[in-house]
Design a protein around this ligand. Structure first.
Ligand code: CUA
Length: 281
């Protein structure tokens, strides 16, 4: 019975260890932090179980290798109770830990009508509109478009409204832990807070036609003051640069891409034809 007790103790200590896990160092966003922490917690539970099973297996194989008439264990109530409880504890832990992350708004953001959980005054709202084959990123609150590049302030709550103009695409920034399908006629929101400055690669993660692989975009996380400065520059160049500038935010996406040639939009709309030409050749 000593062994089963040892097994139970080691499993329980694995769970306790997992609960005491320190936060993972320097994560790009709150979303990535939540996901990676959960991953690590589950790993802390899985590794001792794997070791335990392998050790028992090896021990049994070696000990009984020359035994021609093994006697099976008929009934062992304590053993049965032990593994039932240990399994229940592990599953409960996995369930509770996973649900805690899944239900967090930074992982699954649910828009409730009338809820105060939505974007507040200083928060950043970005609209990410996918089309065959590119992205048009815009800041509806600021009346600014930014082509295939998103700039975000470090440490500020960010809401990314993902949608599509034509077929189903998917917004995916692996390093930041962000992923959302882009459906035509439907807006789905991602909420996150960027924690580390840097440039993160994003791409379309849903096969959407010949130039699917060209649907790259970047997310640039900068300090707050640098973000404000960037926003100011965009506002000035887009509102002073042409009469199409103001129209673009409210109207349909195609118009804005054409009307605003000085900004980053040009690159987004020109992206597709060369890719197609390359494929045709
Ligand atoms: Cu858009 Cu794949």
């Amino acid at each position: 019975m000593k062994r089963t007790r040892f097994a139970l103790v080691s499993l329980l200590s694995a769970v306790a260890l997992a609960l005491a896990v320190e936060s993972v160092a320097a994560q790009p966003s709150t979303t990535a932090e939540l996901i990676n922490e959960l991953n690590l917690k589950l790993l802390y539970v899985a590794v001792p179980i794997t070791l335990l099973v392998e050790v028992i297996l090896l021990y049994t194989v070696l000990k009984f290798r020359n035994n021609d008439s093994p006697k099976p264990t008929r009934e062992n109530r304590r053993l049965e109770i032990t593994w039932t409880i240990a399994t229940a504890i592990i599953l409960l832990f996995v369930g509770v830990a996973s649900y805690g992350v899944l239900a967090n708004p930074d992982v699954t953001y649910l828009e409730e009508p009338g809820a105060e959980a939505g974007p507040s005054e200083g928060d950043v709202v970005v609209r990410a509109e996918a089309f065959q084959w590119g992205w048009e990123m815009s800041y509806p609150r600021e009346n600014v478009t930014s082509g295939t590049n998103i700039v975000l302030p470090q440490g500020q709550d960010v809401y990314i409204q993902v949608t599509s103009r034509d077929v189903i695409h998917a917004f995916h920034v692996p390093e930041m832990g962000l992923k959302m399908d882009a459906f035509p006629g439907k807006v789905q929101t991602i909420k996150t807070t960027p924690l580390e400055t840097g440039e993160y690669q994003g791409y379309c993660a849903e096969y959407c036609g010949v130039a699917h692989s060209q649907m790259y975009f970047t997310v640039e996380v900068v300090p707050q003051d640098q973000y404000q400065q960037w926003l100011q520059e965009q506002r000035q160049s887009q509102q002073g640069g042409g009469d199409g500038g103001n129209e673009s935010a409210g109207g349909n996406g195609n118009q804005s891409a054409d009307g605003n040639e000085s900004g980053g939009n040009a690159s987004a709309s020109v992206n597709a034809p060369p890719a197609l030409l390359a494929l045709a050749n």
